[in-house]
Design a protein around this ligand. Structure first.
Ligand SMILES: *Cc1c(COP(=O)(O)O)cnc(C)c1O
Length: 428
């Protein structure tokens, strides 16, 4: 299957017709546990000597199709699905780091990630140290013997910043560290971070991968590129795990060591697994990923063009536009398009912005993205509200910033809706 193209993997990856019933669609295995053949079988499963199902917190046949499909789309060796994108991030860093350790992260982050990294992980003794995404050299001065990874987003939420991946990957690898990338915005259809040096990818499957705004989910993909043993920084991969019969993950599982450790250690102990029903619903969306993404991109490009010409708009931030600071990197890393996310500054500031988001009729004002429907958000009053003025400025958020997740409706209807909301904003 891996030899197939991304469109084919999106439809078929990780699945063959059900061996028992012949069911062609992925069946929903809504069960918590699985009958052991005999006592010996149970022993082998628990010793990880034989692959099989034990308990749905650890693995489930429906969830496994989603995991394997996304792993194939990203070119990885294994993936672990989680209850949400937030949990996928938590799973990665609580598997590779422990109290006293440090992670280096870009300062351009999704609001939820920002809270998780700088507040919740801090309580657990894991320190996230931010670097300026536009100055990768800063990473060098932040690395010390406690550093465990470098983290960034392919297209950063909500500023649409695209990092210089190759330079960052080079610095990261020269120091024996893995590069972890949140690839939620472009999805593997528009960008494969593995091609530019990523070692681990995380997704909020809730967004474009699922694509229909109906189910929460996350996934972490082990791209199989990082040598945990060679690095010398990861004793929890190279010394026996007393909680798992003394298994040495790097030795026993090689290029899938992270995927296995996340599942049998972190998922086993902390939970946060994806439900089979959500995996099924997210798979329905995933099958049309390539078709949806093409339309998302086409609509976003047309809308960006319209907004640029509108007299109600101060500026448009869409990475593909000529003159956008991210334009060259957009072309280099995402030639098929950077996705459906764009933002703009409305003329008339805060008041006009409020009238606009309250004035849209087809588009919906809420906090989400990556839905078939066009969505609008106002980060300063919602997702990034927790940040102080300085943090907001660093994250690229101004009071008049309006973010759009452009849906797959007819573009003329989307533009007509924006136009009538502009008319209301003008009156205000
Ligand atoms: C939404 C989002 C997350 C968090 O995912 P949830 O599924 O909402 O938990 C993480 N990163 C990015 C870029 C996101 O957009």
């Amino acid at each position: 299957m891996s030899k197939h193209r991304i469109e084919t993997i999106a439809v078929h990856g990780g699945q063959t017709p059900d061996p028992v019933t012949g069911a062609r669609a992925v069946p929903i295995y809504q069960t918590t546990a699985y009958k052991f053949r005999d006592a010996d079988h149970a022993v082998k499963l628990f010793d990880l000597e034989e692959a099989g199902y034990i308990y749905t917190r650890l693995n489930n046949p429906t969830v496994e199709v989603l995991e394997n499909r996304i792993a194939m789309l990203e070119g990885g060796t294994g993936a672990v699905a989680a209850s949400s994108g937030q949990f996928a991030e938590f799973m990665v860093f609580s598997t590779i780091a422990e109290a006293g350790d440090e992670i280096i992260t870009t300062n351009r982050l999704y609001g939820g990630t920002n809270n998780l990294f700088f507040h919740t992980f801090k309580k657990l003794g894991i320190t996230f140290r931010p670097f300026d995404q536009n100055n990768p050299d800063e990473i060098k001065s932040l690395i010390n013997e406690k550093t465990k990874a470098v983290y960034l987003e392919t297209v950063a939420n909500p500023g649409n910043d695209i990092a210089d991946f190759e330079t960052i990957a080079k610095i990261t690898h020269e120091n024996g560290l893995p590069l972890v990338i949140d690839n939620t915005y472009p999805t593997p259809f528009l960008c494969r971070p593995k091609d530019f040096g990523a070692d681990v990818v995380v997704h909020s499957v809730t967004k474009f991968l699922g694509g229909h705004g109906n189910s929460m989910g996350g996934v972490a993909v082990d791209l199989g590129t990082f040598d945990w043993a060679k690095s010398g920084r990861f004793p929890s991969f190279t010394t026996p795990d007393p909680s798992y019969h003394g298994i040495v993950y790097a030795e026993r599982f090689g290029n899938m060591a992270l995927a296995v450790k996340m599942r049998v250690q972190t998922m086993r102990d902390i939970g946060g697994c994806m439900s089979p029903m959500n995996a099924f619903l997210l798979l329905q969306g995933l099958e049309t990923l390539h078709v949806r993404m093409e339309r998302h991109v086409e609509n976003a490009r047309k809308l960006a063009d319209y907004l640029q010409k509108s007299d109600m708009v101060d500026w448009v931030n869409f990475p593909e536009l000529e003159g956008n600071p991210n334009c060259e990197r957009a072309k280099k890393y995402m030639p098929k398009g950077t996705g459906a996310m764009l933002s703009f500054g409305i003329k008339g500031g805060q008041q006009a912005g409020k009238a606009f988001i309250e004035g849209v009729e087809l588009a919906t004002h809420l906090t989400n993205l990556g839905d078939t429907r066009t969505l609008v958000t106002h980060p300063a009053s919602t997702t990034h509200r927790q940040l102080n003025a300085e943090q907001k400025a660093k994250a690229g958020i101004t009071d008049g910033l309006i973010r759009l997740s452009v849906g797959i409706e007819h573009i003329d209807d989307i533009i007509a809706d924006i136009e009538q909301a502009f008319a209301k904003a003008k009156k205000a």
